[in-house]
Design a protein around this ligand. Structure first.
Ligand SMILES: *Cc1c(COP(=O)(O)O)cnc(C)c1O
Length: 378
């Protein structure tokens, strides 16, 4: 009997104790440095947990009007926004919702600056910079890839009037440690240092794997403190993944088992629909009680219930053969899952639940049905 054995499946379960542990780490950084740390909703937007998260963080950052509105209505505090491009309607809708807007280009800045300030004179405007330095090995996740569309390089600053720009924003990391940040900050200062004197804030973006066990928090604090000594600007960090890292699960049930060259099991959770990063990153999720192929007596290929041939999660070894009704618990499924899932094939979205380790109680906070599928179509 695990605490998850009564849940409907598939189901994302967020462990609020683990969430708090992550947030405690983040709080220490905020207490020690003057940095403000906000939640990137792109990575984790389970708003039923926002009463907890907002005890620790002062706001959210949004990549769209919808996220900004969620941040405003469900989280409170500061709302920041950045997107590679906005249209007129986005600006109309964002203006009353946000404290900061970061534009991706000088053309977007010039196009919208006046309109934005007419709508809300209190919005602080920033520009995303591309320091042309990153250590992200996967091109899909490298904002400094050649000919990147994300942010302005130093060359773009040539001859530009920075009147009205109050902040600079960079985001060049993905699941990285603070030694990488140190080198990114060096590149930023080397190139954009002269502009920092006239800014009010700088945003160090996301991709800081702060809550991973080997993350060097001490070094992060030193980097921020030293930066703040050199420049009189407010430092922001906007991690997504780090907030919910290792704080949740996807619980699924085995629907069928048979053989075709090897043992196969079909689950009620899908890689493509419910944990798309398994195929997109790609990566191999950890399953409780299972190991690498061959490490236990029964190696079984696990797949989802969609028609996509490649909807496979991988080969996993178990102590016993799987049977219909068995439950599998996928680890680290809180971030970049609920926010990315789809109803491809019309499959049902996983329910969303919380688990409180103190009371050992689970609570299903949301279940999805036909309407959720229908309402995104017409
Ligand atoms: C994705 C993103 C984040 C959050 O990144 P994590 O890897 O989840 O920490 C923050 N800022 C920007 C601009 C992003 O694109």
């Amino acid at each position: 009997m695990t605490p998850f054995s009564k849940l409907p499946t598939p189901c994302y379960v967020v462990d609020t104790g683990r969430l708090r542990q992550n947030l405690e780490t983040i709080r220490k950084i905020q207490d020690r440095t003057d940095a403000k740390i906000i939640l990137a909703l792109k990575g984790f937007a389970m708003f039923s947990t926002f009463p907890i998260v907002s005890e620790y963080l002062c706001g959210t950052t949004a990549s769209s009007v919808n996220e900004a509105r969620l941040g405003r209505e469900e989280f409170g505090g500061e709302v920041h926004a950045y997107a590679p491009a906005y249209n007129d309607l986005d600006i109309e809708e964002l203006a009353p919702l946000v404290q900061h807007i970061t534009f991706n280009s000088f053309s977007q800045f010039h196009r919208f600056q006046q309109r934005l300030l007419d709508l809300n004179p209190n919005v602080s405007v920033g520009l995303r910079i591309n320091p042309e330095y990153s250590e992200v090995a996967t091109p899909l996740y490298d904002p400094c890839r050649p000919c990147s569309r994300l942010g302005m390089t130093l060359a773009h600053f040539e001859g530009q009037d920075l009147e009205g720009v109050e902040g600079l924003h960079f985001h060049t990391m993905c699941e990285q440690n603070s030694d990488t940040l140190e080198r990114v900050v060096e590149a930023v200062e080397r190139q954009f240092g002269p502009f920092l004197d006239r800014m009010k804030w700088i945003n160090f973006g996301g991709g800081h794997h702060i809550t991973r066990s080997d993350y060097d928090v001490e070094r992060l604090c030193r980097i921020i403190e030293a930066f703040s000594d050199r420049h009189a600007v407010q430092v922001y960090l906007e991690p997504g993944e780090a907030i919910a890292l290792n704080a949740g699960y996807l619980v699924s049930s085995v629907l069928d088992v048979f053989e075709n060259g090897m043992p196969l099991a079909i689950l009620d959770a899908s890689a493509t629909a419910h944990m798309p990063d398994v195929l997109e990153m790609p990566y191999r999720p950890v399953i409780q009680g299972a190991g690498d192929p061959g490490s236990k007596p029964h190696t079984i290929r696990l797949g989802g219930m969609t028609c996509l041939a490649g909807d496979e999660i991988g080969d996993y070894a178990f102590d016993h053969p799987l049977k219909v009704g068995d439950r599998l618990v996928f680890e680290d499924m809180a971030h970049y899952t609920m926010v990315k899932n789809t109803t491809f094939n019309g499959v049902r979205l996983p329910s969303i639940a919380t688990y409180d380790p103190e009371t050992e109680k689970t609570e299903v906070v949301r279940q999805f049905g036909y309407e959720d599928y229908r309402d995104r179509l017409s």
